[in-house]
Design a binder for this molecule. Structure first.
Ligand SMILES: Cc1ncc(C[n+]2csc(CCOP(=O)(O)OP(=O)(O)O)c2C)c(N)n1
Length: 333
């Protein structure tokens, strides 16, 4: 199947109300992460902090399509999914701070956000290690006949890891209800795609796993939503897995400790000029009559929400030392 024309015909256009919702969700992630970056420089967050700024449209489009029971399994770049899927930003921030009121009690940190009740089955730190886990989730859904779809997000760097191919192989062999979404942000840490992969088009591997594929540049959140919808519908209705390559860009370094000197300012500027968040803002004004004042109100509300999230995380106590061992062994009963 031709990669560029895989949409099932679902309309890409969003109504003004829908686009305003998607825009607000993208802005919530951006403001959350800007607050997290500030907190990191103030020494409130230890360890790694990988920001998703620039890629928000993907998590927001995904969250908009999830049905109850659907599962998202992703990488350490996971804040956007947690926020978009309805996790409380205060609890997310407290998790980044390693505090007791964090999403997983402060033991996971930034890379391991988890909220089963919201369909977020984990941020994982081992590159590619979560792909067989995601295939396992999809296998469980098929076995139990629960009608759920699993979405597995991975960076393009994970396409060169053995575990990734074990997971994809089984998904294709067993026709699992899963969508593999490669967030190709062009760099694995400081290594550009051209030095990681013999091919530029990462979906060429799809037919070897009997998967359908799609590949596109993430510019419009509404287009991203309709392209992912086609893949999710295919998984849900036909048990047909899809490999989607979403071409995107991270505006910050790999993590907070990376000054990203391996890329040019011109390259960064060209992607920022097409920032899906700002494109949505412009479309709201040009096509749906939103005024500057209305957009400022949305920003003020979102910024206030994130200020409260930081205050909540600041006020939360440290976890009880005993809590560190809670998840090491399965509890009886
Ligand atoms: C198995 C394994 N090898 C190496 C690392 C160190 N590491 C952490 S992130 C990363 C780059 C991954 O890049 P990519 O998959 O493109 O995702 P991105 O960070 O761009 O979202 C590497 C090599 C790791 N976490 N796991």
């Amino acid at each position: 199947m031709d990669n560029a024309s895989k949409s099932d015909g679902a309309s890409t256009a969003a109504s003004g109300e829908e686009l305003a919702h998607l825009y607000r969700e993208m802005l919530r992630i951006r403001r959350f992460e800007e607050s997290a970056a500030r907190a990191y420089t103030q020494g409130k967050i230890s360890g790694f902090l990988h920001l998703y700024i620039g890629q928000e449209a993907i998590a927001v489009a995904t969250a908009d399509l999830l049905k109850p029971g659907d599962r998202v399994v992703t990488t350490y770049r996971d804040h956007g999914f947690a926020i978009a899927q309805g996790c409380d930003p205060g609890k997310c921030m407290a998790e980044l701070f390693g505090k007791k009121d964090g999403l997983v009690g402060g033991v996971g940190g930034s890379m391991h956000l988890f909220a089963k009740d919201k369909g977020l089955w984990g941020g994982y730190a081992i590159v590619g290690g979560h792909v067989p886990v995601a295939a396992g989730h999809a296998f469980a859904s098929k076995y139990l006949g629960d009608g759920a779809v699993t979405l597995c997000f991975l960076g393009e760097g994970a396409m060169h890891i053995g575990a990734t191919h074990e997971g994809m192989h089984l998904a294709g062999l067993w026709r699992l209800p899963i969508v593999f979404c490669i967030e190709n942000n062009r760099y694995a840490m400081g290594t550009p795609l051209s030095r990681q992969s013999p091919v530029d088009d990462l979906t060429v591997r799809a037919p070897t796993y009997r998967m359908v594929s799609d590949r596109f540049v993430v510019r419009e959140v509404s287009e991203t939503r309709s392209r992912l919808k086609a893949a999710i519908d295919r998984a849900r209705n036909e048990n047909q897995p899809t490999l989607v390559e979403l071409q995107t860009y991270r505006f910050r370094g790999h993590s907070m400790s990376d000054p990203a000197k391996y890329r040019t300012k011109e390259e960064l500027n060209s992607w920022q000029a097409n920032d899906p968040l700002h494109r949505a803002e412009r479309t709201l004004q040009s096509d749906h009559g939103f005024t500057e004042a209305q957009l400022e109100t949305i920003d003020d509300e979102v910024s206030e929400e994130m200020d409260k999230a930081v205050a909540f995380a600041d006020a939360s106590p440290q976890p009880d030392p005993e809590h560190r061992f809670k998840y090491h062994l399965a509890e009886e009963g």
